[in-house]
Design a protein around this ligand. Sequence first.
Ligand code: SAM
Length: 181
Amino acid sequence: MRDFGVPAEFRDMGHYTPWEDRQVLYHLARVNKPDIIVEVGCYVGMSTIALARACPTATIHCVDTFGGNADDRLGVKNPTETFRAFCDNMGDRLFSTVFPHQGTSRLYGAIWPFLVDFVFIDAGHSYQSCRRDIESWLPRIRPGGILCGHDYCTEFPGVVQAADEIGIDGHSARIWWKRIQ
Ligand SMILES: C[S@@+](CC[C@H](N)C(=O)[O-])C[C@H]1O[C@@H](n2cnc3c(N)ncnc32)[C@H](O)[C@@H]1O
């Protein structure tokens, strides 16, 4: 796979998003040139860095409880520690192009006040949570924008089911995507 300059390694915070997945996410964001991105589930920011490198001038809003995932291998995390690690990892991008929002995807999806160009979902991985995240954010994407997500793979059949139900346009590595009409 072509190297788009997304870091292969990242400080070990008990989580690793494969480099291949970050490369696909990078490419998807780069070719679509979004001005406003929402990332649902950023954890300590590995995928955020891929998005920020792909779209250096875009505004990236990162919605996360920072509490981890009780129902998968990530497990429950200390929100204060996770939030601090995310902020440290963003460096100069923090509050210039990257804006963290602590809370649930459903709450922020319900109150979000403007349309965005690109939404990347990587929060809960059960069918119910992924479906809920898709339903929460689909109405917040402008026509022609992109909805995409992580973990389209056999390990997470609920993610595959929820994504397939909306009729995705494609998937590569473990990234799925759909252009919104
Ligand atoms: C797999 S991690 C995200 C990894 C990140 N996208 C990356 O590739 O580096 C999932 C994140 O989703 C968050 N999360 C889980 N359920 C959530 C919810 N309902 N609303 C907001 N964030 C949630 C967790 O706190 C965790 O930080």
